[in-house]
Design a protein around this ligand. Structure first.
Ligand code: SF4
Length: 447
């Protein structure tokens, strides 16, 4: 056994359970990067770990329950548990239920997590810094990475407790974000997924302060950031964009091919009364006009959104308004949630709770309407040639790929049934020859 192998074998091991949204995943990646930098190994199971870090999600009650369950499981299997993440913002809740938890930290408290880990198992004296790839360690496949540009949120949507948990918007310096993106691309990442609670608000808190990158000043502003990221030669996908007017300014970047023609805008509803109760901007008529203008400039633009049905006070009429709006908007990808009260959210005080059975019925009807729209839109793609990125090779299905219109995990796929020598991370041109409700099938064509 070489010295290096012996040393690796002796390295202290940390287990990591990562729950929640892509934003929490970014936190987990940073914890892993730090652990690796200090010479820790990541244990694939509870039994082999010296301590387990549980990165929790506290957004919905169901996510909180899942997080508490994960803490209980880690305690039962290992006994030494550190809790971080959104649920960690309410330590009493955790300590009341699990007094033996070693430490609780809120989201993005990497240093506190590391301090807690050090107390249980000391770091190696000779850290294997060279084991950390230049861009850090990613839990996502190597060819795509989430790029978190800010924390917190200045909005106060009535169903949401993120601002209570994470505070007001704090933007990362633009040069730091761009350097991280550059390193990721150098390390082989071919797709950058820009995330935050509200990507369009990026830089508002720092008055869009500029900083130099590649010899030129760049502003901390969504448009400038998107344009700068577009210089890196990777796919750039914008998530969680709030429908501010300046979102119009990124459309030309899509028309020029600098960033992907893809926008993830959580509209949540269309009925003015419901939007008002949600404390969201209530002018979906205007949004329809903007969608039309975006499509005029970028006919292929893919719009993803999420909606909530069964919000307190949502009447049949409000729901019909939403279905009608969806039929006009013809969005490409839609996620739908049944409203769920979240502990501490102002919406809990609203009258007009919608019975669960009605929520279910509305959810089913919305999904049926959207399924038809999605199938029609995908059908229109048959015969076209598209660039896709290979995510994985599945022994039965073939190459599971995505086009510009598909974000990982949440959207559909493009499937190549006979993948030949294709490898994950490869970009390939595909002629689409069949469409389903959410996925496409195609065959590679010469570039
Ligand atoms: S925009 Fe609304 S839903 Fe999103 S994090 Fe901010 S308050 Fe929550």
């Amino acid at each position: 056994m070489s010295t290096t192998a012996a040393a690796i074998k002796a390295a202290p091991k940390v287990g990591l359970v990562s729950l929640g949204c892509p934003k929490a995943l970014v936190d987990s990646e940073q914890i892993v990067t730090q652990l690796k930098a200090e010479g820790y190994e990541i244990s694939p199971d509870y039994a082999g770990a010296d301590v387990v870090v549980v990165n929790t999600c506290g957004f919905l009650d169901s996510a909180r329950a899942e997080s508490l369950e994960a803490i209980g499981e880690a305690l039962a299997e290992n006994g030494k548990v550190i809790v971080t993440g959104c649920l960690g913002a309410t330590p009493d809740l955790i300590m009341d239920k699990y007094p033996s938890v070693l430490a609780v930290t809120g989201p993005h408290r990497y240093e506190q997590v590391m301090t807690a880990v050090h107390k249980v198992v000391a770091p190696r004296h000779d850290p294997f810094l060279h084991l950390v790839p230049p861009a850090g360690v990613k839990l996502t496949p190597r060819h795509y990475a989430y790029l978190k540009i800010s924390e917190g949120c200045n909005h106060r949507c009535s169903f949401c407790i993120i601002p209570q948990l994470r505070g007001d918007l704090v933007s990362r310096p633009v040069d730091e974000v761009l350097r991280e993106a550059e390193n990721l691309v150098k390390a082989g990442v071919r797709e950058l997924l820009v995330i935050s609670q509200d990507t369009s608000a990026y830089g508002v808190d720092v008055r869009h302060a500029a900083a130099p990158w590649r010899g030129r000043d760049r502003r901390a502003h969504m448009t400038d950031l998107a344009a700068s990221l577009g210089e890196l030669g990777a796919w750039v996908r914008l998530h969680y964009v709030y429908p501010y007017p300046h979102v119009d300014d990124v459309i030309p970047l899509m028309a020029e091919g600098k960033i992907l023609p893809y926008l993830d805008i959580p509209f949540q509803h269309s009925a003015p009364k419901v939007l008002k109760a949600m404390r969201r901007p209530a002018n979906q008529e205007k949004v329809l006009h903007r969608l039309a203008a975006w499509r005029r400039d970028v006919p292929d633009i893919a719009i993803r959104s999420t909606f909530i049905v069964g919000f307190p006070g949502e009447t049949d009429e409000d729901f019909e308004h939403l279905l009608g709006w969806l039929k006009e908007a013809r969005l490409d990808r839609v996620g739908c949630f049944r409203y769920e009260p979240v502990d501490g959210a102002p919406a809990n005080a609203l009258d007009g709770a919608v019975p669960e059975a009605v929520k279910d019925e509305r959810w089913n009807r919305l999904m049926a309407v959207q399924q038809e729209i999605s199938a029609q839109k995908l059908d229109e793609k048959v015969g076209r040639v598209m660039d896709v990125i290979v995510d994985e090779i599945d022994a039965e299905e073939g190459a599971i790929c995505r086009s510009y219109a598909d974000a990982p995990e949440i959207d559909g796929n493009v499937i190549i049934e006979a993948p030949g020598r294709l490898r994950p991370g490869q970009m390939v041109k595909v002629r689409i020859d069949a469409a389903g409700d959410y996925d496409l099938w195609g065959i590679p064509v010469e570039g």
